[in-house]
Design a protein around this ligand. Structure first.
Ligand SMILES: N[C@@H](CCC(=O)N[C@@H](CS)C(=O)NCC(=O)O)C(=O)O
Length: 222
């Protein structure tokens, strides 16, 4: 078995992208096995590798892990990105759930029928501008430190950076009212592992192509 984690997912962002981000930020090299056909997915299921018949699935340290949050928890714990004690961990988990809530709204965008898309985008922008970004700006302002929790890098900084980049993909002006988030974004982007992942040619995935997604949906029946 490879000593590098092996990621099993489609060649797309989806639920795997936050796992790619976390591994990359921790400086961990990983392999990817893309699911390119319904047969590939069926094979993983038949081999008993998908506990709930779903991906993402990651083979790591002799384990076959599914469930995105469980995978993230393992990586964060292993690479010391989960805070130094229970209280830091509680904050990290709480902030990470906030990031996940807005990310999930964005993830739903690609399955939103065209006639409802505009309304969905404006709800996402409203929530970003008036709920989630002010909340994280306030955290940074309250302690004046360089990172969200404990004055050192944790998983939630990485989750937030990923989210900020997606927010900017939707509307590049959304970050303008949040100077501390902008500063966090540039600080994190210049960390060597993150900088490398941000460069073209890394394993970071581009925005999902809607046509390709539609074809995949038909092929995979989801
Ligand atoms: N709670 C799971 C959900 C995983 C999930 O819904 N995976 C989708 C692909 S993104 C899937 O495998 N769908 C096929 C199915 O449910 O049959 C997680 O967070 O990993």
């Amino acid at each position: 078995m490879s000593s590098k984690p092996v990621l099993h997912y489609f060649n797309a962002r989806g639920r795997m992208e936050c796992i790619r981000w976390l591994l990359a930020a921790a400086g961990v090299e990983f392999e990817e096995k893309f699911i390119e056909s319904p047969e590939d997915l069926e094979k993983l299921r038949k081999d008993g590798k998908l506990m709930f018949e779903q991906v993402p699935m990651v083979e790591i340290d002799g384990m076959t892990l599914v469930q995105t949050r469980a995978i993230l928890n393992y990586i964060a714990t292993k690479y010391d990105l989960s805070g130094k004690d229970m209280k830091e961990r509680a904050l990290i988990d709480m902030y990470a759930e906030g990031v996940a809530d807005l990310s999930e709204m964005m993830g739903q965008l690609i399955v939103t029928p065209p006639d409802q898309k505009e309304a969905k985008i404006s709800l996402i922008k409203d929530r970003a501008k008036n709920r989630y970004l002010p909340a994280f700006e306030k955290v940074l302002k309250s302690h004046g430190q360089d990172y969200l929790v404990g004055n050192r890098l944790s998983r939630v900084d990485i989750h937030l950076l990923e989210l900020l980049l997606y927010v900017e993909e939707i509307d590049s002006s959304l970050l303008a009212p949040f100077p501390l988030l902008q500063a966090l974004k540039s600080r994190l982007s210049s960390l060597p592992n993150v900088k490398k992942f941000l460069q073209p040619g890394s394993q970071r995935k581009p925005p999902t192509d809607e046509k390709a997604l539609e074809e995949a949906r038909k092929a995979f029946k989801f």
